[in-house]
Design a protein around this ligand. Structure first.
Ligand code: FAD
Length: 463
């Protein structure tokens, strides 16, 4: 076992941890980034499967994600737009298939009017509540003690409208059923994208991808950090940050903190824990974290979604005048998009199977599950969808160092109860991950903002 000394230890080499390290190194600090996996990038990951380049994790960038866009440019990486020419497909609750253009489903006149009204109410709430401290708003408790499912039904008697609006946040973003999180959590999700209207506009929220894949952003950041900064295959097990007499409020600045991992021990002044909150309890803290943190962390959990990749010799849907985009609140794959790679002659579809629907298909064997999912894609885009040349299911729920997708959210009532404390440092320990972000919450952009904020706080405290 090797023992080293650094100014700062960063736990986790996802976008948040690497951004923190990048800022600290640029300011002249010495840093060790300890990463459990054998790769950087965390929930962003590119892999070639049976000859097809696939983005297993996070990939899309929206125009408001300026932290990420600026970094991509700084690193000399390119971006390209998602294919969106032609008609989209809507599968109605009764199973009928409709093609449409524009951003509103052809759900029938009165349902469309109700959906527009609900979007208006949510846009208004986003404006009032804001993104920075949703827990501090006078409406916070009221909105946080009702599930998004029931809140929608308080606003509207149109079940289809409630379902269609519900899935944008539930299956679409938090990847939990709409009864499992609050209306306040939904408002935060929308606020993090600027407005509810932005969140439901796939041309906005799923605008661009990085040429070479989103993981290359993390790979380029790691490469720029130089030698002996990032240590892979190095899960952190224990963070000892004070003597037994220390309390987090009294931790004396300058007291060293020691971080134990499977391979190396690092002595430092500060720690940035850049892992999702559901994994904090994988680390032993000595002395233990304060009661409030212990409690708070038990109310933050990751959702569950299967990201399905199906590659075809050609993007057959384009020839039929279809964009590849499809929605159906009641479908197994509630969303499908053209996910063809930059300058790739083959066509790739990506579909998403979320929360309870994911539970149901995970109960099937792999062949049955594949069949059920491809049949769902075929209901949107035609029989050709049944025969992909490459098929792959992203399953972050099975990954030891993630355990779900896309990111963490609070259970009912948790956001207003704990949100104000989620970023509070404990002694020399700071927290940074997309799961705690305001702008870019749950997204790579939010992870980068969090990494930068943690680094800035360390630099401010030390100067
Ligand atoms: P992570 O990326 O999770 O990085 C944390 C790192 O910490 C990991 O590398 C992990 O291995 C490591 N770690 C954990 N525990 C330890 C330990 N004890 N010791 C050492 N290391 C540890 N975002 C978008 O912006 N656009 C998208 O299109 C999008 N789609 C997504 C699709 C999927 C399937 C998934 C899973 C995510 C998607 N996201 C998307 C979300 C985005 O990928 C995440 O928000 C982002 O990667 C979070 O970055 P992070 O650095 O906060 O955490």
């Amino acid at each position: 076992e090797t023992a080293i000394e650094r100014d700062v230890v960063v736990v986790g080499a996802g976008p948040a941890g690497l951004m923190a390290a990048r800022e600290l190194v640029a300011a002249g600090r010495t840093v060790a980034v300890l990463e459990a996996r054998d790769r950087v990038g965390g929930r962003t990951w590119s892999k070639t499967v049976d000859g097809a380049f696939l983005e297993i994790g996070g990939q899309w960038i929206s125009p408001d994600q300026t932290e990420l866009l600026a970094l991509v440019e700084e690193l000399g990486l390119g971006t390209y737009q998602r294919y969106r020419e032609g008609g989209s497909v809507y599968l109605a609750p009764d199973g009928t298939r409709h093609t449409y253009t524009g951003s509103m489903f052809p759900a029938g006149e009165s349902t469309i009017a109700e959906m527009e009204r609900l979007v208006g109410i949510l846009d208004g709430l986003v404006e009032q509540v804001g993104v920075a401290q949703p827990w501090a708003h006078p409406l916070a408790r009221e909105l946080d003690t009702i599930s998004f499912h029931h809140w929608l039904r308080q606003q509207s008697a149109d079940e289809a409208a409630c379902d269609n609006i519900g899935i944008f946040v539930a299956g679409g973003m938090l990847t939990k059923p709409a009864h499992a999180f609050s209306a306040l959590q939904a408002v935060l999700m929308a606020a993090s994208a600027g407005s509810f209207s932005n969140l439901v506009d796939e041309d906005f929220i799923l605008d661009r991808r990085v040429v070479g894949g989103m993981q290359s952003v993390s790979e380029a950041m790691a490469a720029a950090l130089g030698e002996d900064v990032v240590f892979l295959d190095t899960p952190v097990r224990t963070i000892r940050w004070g003597g037994p007499e220390d309390t987090y409020a009294e931790h004396a600045p300058g007291t060293p903190v020691t971080v134990w991992s499977d391979r190396i021990t690092v002595k430092a002044q500060d720690v940035v824990v850049a892992v999702p909150p559901n994994l904090y309890s994988r680390i032993s803290f000595e002395p233990p974290l304060p009661r409030l943190q212990h409690q708070m962390h038990q109310h933050q959990s990751l959702g569950l979604v299967i990201k399905v990749h199906a590659v075809y010799e050609t993007p057959f849907w384009r020839a039929k005048g279809l964009s590849g985009t499809g929605f159906g609140a009641h479908e197994l794959c509630q969303e499908v998009y053209d996910n063809t790679n930059h300058e790739d002659p083959r066509g790739t579809l990506v579909g998403f199977v979320s929360d309870e629907k994911a539970d149901a298909v995970f109960a099937l064997d792999a062949e049955q599950r594949k069949r059920a999912i491809l049949e769902s894609l075929a209901r949107y885009l035609g029989e050709e969808a049944l025969e992909p040349v490459v098929y792959y299911e992203s399953d972050f729920g099975s990954e030891e160092w993630t355990r779900g997708a896309y990111a963490a959210s609070y259970d009912l009532g948790g956001l207003h109860r704990y949100g104000a404390h989620q970023a509070t440092p404990v002694g020399p320990i700071r927290w940074a991950c997309s799961d705690l972000a305001a702008e870019g919450y749950q997204h790579v952009d939010g992870a980068l903002r969090q990494g930068r904020a943690a680094a800035d706080a360390i630099l401010r405290a030390g100067s």
